[in-house]
Design a protein around this ligand. Structure first.
Ligand SMILES: NC(=O)c1ccc[n+]([C@@H]2O[C@H](COP(=O)([O-])OP(=O)(O)OC[C@H]3O[C@@H](n4cnc5c(N)ncnc54)[C@H](O)[C@@H]3O)[C@@H](O)[C@H]2O)c1
Length: 312
């Protein structure tokens, strides 16, 4: 049977690039982009688009039935910084959407799910460096609580009902095609836009705040790879740790300065500093490397060059 995919939240930072990559792999007509808003020209013109509300189960089921969908990638969510402003809305969106997809799969109407988790599942009591796959998880943000709860439900639906759900704890993602959607690591994308426009960036995190990050190419590669892996090799049914690079605002700024020598940065930490302080500085992803042969391609130097070349 042909792989027929629905991506919900397809017009966001990850969804845009994921949709285009999946269309290259599975064929344009087999990958349906779903969102509550329209996306980039490339996304809208390369294949089918449907208005799908992740909060409305009927809206999801209608599209699944119409296109005979067998795999759903649920990318719609409220991200960390925005979720702190709208806790109840964030909880409702992040949880209801996941339950809809898990229940549709439980009823045998789709075969496979991808649902992203985040490094936000970790909290201030988690070991900060080389955070292991299994460790203390006491998230202190609304977003982190919703992701940790989501992980527990994914594992539960796999164990109890055999739902084939797969997940990755993405670090902060850096991309040039689509702007980020309200997360704490957004600075690492904004810094490039401001460097090229104004030769200056006013950073909302402190200069020595170390966070796990990843270039979008690597995140898309991991997502495609975990979904193509044989089910028996996916041993973590909560979510997998994933690592690419770790850097501070000062370190990324210094790398940008190698290309733009006059670039300057000032630091004015806001409410997002305490979110960043609660997260790990670096991640141990050896379990993903072992279970489904994950490896990353981009380090800080390669990523900065790629960002500047494309945004110029
Ligand atoms: N970007 C990152 O750095 C990062 C890191 C860790 C985890 N994640 C997770 O990856 C997923 C995608 O993140 P992103 O950065 O692409 O987010 P984003 O905010 O850029 O995109 C989310 C998309 O979902 C859509 N959406 C919102 N409400 C919807 C609804 N009710 N129905 C349908 N669509 C709706 C939005 O219109 C948007 O296009 C999220 O689950 C996020 O938590 C992202």
């Amino acid at each position: 049977m042909a792989t027929k995919i629905l991506i919900i939240g397809a017009c966001g930072q990850i969804g845009t690039e994921l949709t285009i990559r999946l269309r290259e792999i599975y064929g344009n007509d087999n990958v349906i982009a779903g969102d509550i808003r329209e996306g980039s020209e490339e996304l809208m013109q390369s294949g089918p688009f449907e208005i799908v509300d992740a909060m409305n189960r009927t809206s999801i089921e209608d599209v699944c039935l119409h296109y005979e969908i067998n795999e759903v990638y649920l990318m719609a969510a409220m991200l960390s910084a925005t979720a702190e402003k709208y806790p109840k809305k964030a909880w409702n969106l992040n949880m209801d959407s996941l339950f809809h997809i898990l229940n549709i799969a439980k009823e045998g109407k789709i075969d496979k799910i991808f649902w992203p988790s985040s490094i936000a599942v970790f909290g201030p009591t988690t070991p900060k460096e080389n955070t292991p796959q299994q460790t203390v998880m006491e998230p202190s943000t609304v977003y982190g609580i919703s992701k940790q709860t989501g992980e527990r439900w994914c594992e539960y639906y796999y164990n109890k009902y055999g739902v084939d759900v797969r997940s990755i704890r993405y670090p902060g993602l850096i991309s040039w095609k689509t702007l980020p959607g309200g997360g704490t690591t957004d600075y690492a994308v904004e810094i490039f836009h401001e460097a090229l426009k104004n030769n200056h960036y006013d950073c909302f995190l402190k200069e020595d705040t170390s966070l796990p990050m990843m270039f979008m190419e690597d995140a898309i590669k991991a997502t495609v790879s975990i979904m193509q892996t044989k089910s028996e090799n996916i041993k973590q049914r909560s979510s997998y740790n994933l690592a690419g690079m770790t850097f501070t605002p000062a370190e990324i700024a210094s790398e940008i300065t190698k290309h733009l020598p006059d670039f300057t940065v000032t630091y004015q930490p806001d409410f997002r500093q305490s979110i960043a302080d609660s997260w790990p500085g670096s991640i141990d992803d050896s379990v993903a490397r072992e279970d489904w042969s994950w490896s990353h391609d981009y380090d800080l130097e390669k990523m900065v060059k790629e960002m500047l070349d494309n945004l110029k």
